[in-house]
Design a protein around this ligand. Sequence first.
Ligand code: SAH
Ligand code: SF4
Length: 382
Amino acid sequence: MTVNLLDFDLNGLAAFCERLGEKRFRATQLFRWIHQRGASEFDQMSDLAKSLREKLKTCATIQALPVISEHQSSDGTVKWLFDVGAGNAVEAVYIPEDDRGTLCVSSQAGCAVGCRFCSTGHQGFSRNLTTAEIVAQLWFAEHTLRERLKTTDRVISNVVMMGMGEPLQNYSALVPALRVMLDDHGYGMSRRRVTVSTSGVVPMMDRLAMDCPVALAVSLHAPNDPLRDDLVPLNRKYPIDELMEACNRYLEHAPRDFITFEYCMLDGVNDQPEHARQLVDLVRRHARSGVWCKFNLIPFNPFPASGLLRSGAPQVAAFAKLLSEAGIVTTVRKTRGDDIDAACGQLAGEVQDRTRVVERMAKRRTIAIQPAGSMAQSHKEA
Ligand code: SAH
Ligand code: SF4
């Protein structure tokens, strides 16, 4: 059986190499070829002994995900749709800015949390991605962009786990993927530049603080339990006060001295002055130090099945002002990639359409009984 080497962090790869009778420094060389140089063929790895390369060819691959489509927005945002099999597709989005390049990465096909305002949530849960499938999004985006921009410098400086899925409900695959991002022999990102976004899986927040503390964003969206129970059903299991305490515990280990609270602005639902005042109370009640959190107000990306609407710009500005005046650092997220549906929360809608394309293609493939190698071509046609 062949293994996909994108599935391993450096320790995992070292263990794999040991099973082949190879020393750890060989694993380091291999890891650097894969992640720093973007190699996908063992024959490219000129400083590995030919005998090792031959051995690797028999038992390992470096396997990217098939690309179903790619869209580039006029603002430079690039969105890829990847096929993860059985009619499922996930997306990654590259967002270039003056001082950084951010990749938004998916952790699951679908999501079990089922937030009312999220089109991924409406789609339901299909399955967890493997470490290789999470890492493949970064591996592919980084090396594709480098090639296009004709540079050997790093293009992606930041990763946000804000694509499809709840990363902390796929913990065992997530942590090795984060380690690949952080490893100096991998992508060498600082912990502050890798952000896990969660709807509030409290026990896993505690584990992440111990295992791999990266920057944390918490999707709050409501200032009180009845409203949050409705918008983010996971709140019934881990209510707001518990979540706030978990944030405070996380801060003791976090690479940044604040948690980012994401707050999706829903017209008439959670955007009233009263909600802002409740948030201020909440933040003060749980404050153990001065500035311990920041708010990021997200303009809602509407989709018909949600029955929800985006708050008006004056409403968002007024809400931000109330928080800021109470001493809470508040930003309003710029929407990016609007013209290609890459703005956050729009991923799944597109995916569902595409998923049907994948299903149709799969049927066509079954009928035509095409050889396996023709799959990539079918994806291009789609
Ligand atoms: N499951 C994780 C990470 C993926 S969602 C989480 O919930 O944090 C990433 C962010 O997109 C979350 O803050 C989420 O609330 C937000 N989001 C989801 N649907 C959205 C929509 N339709 N419009 C705007 N933001 C949305
Ligand atoms: Fe899942 Fe996050 Fe969407 Fe909620 S907002 S359904 S947790 S992906």
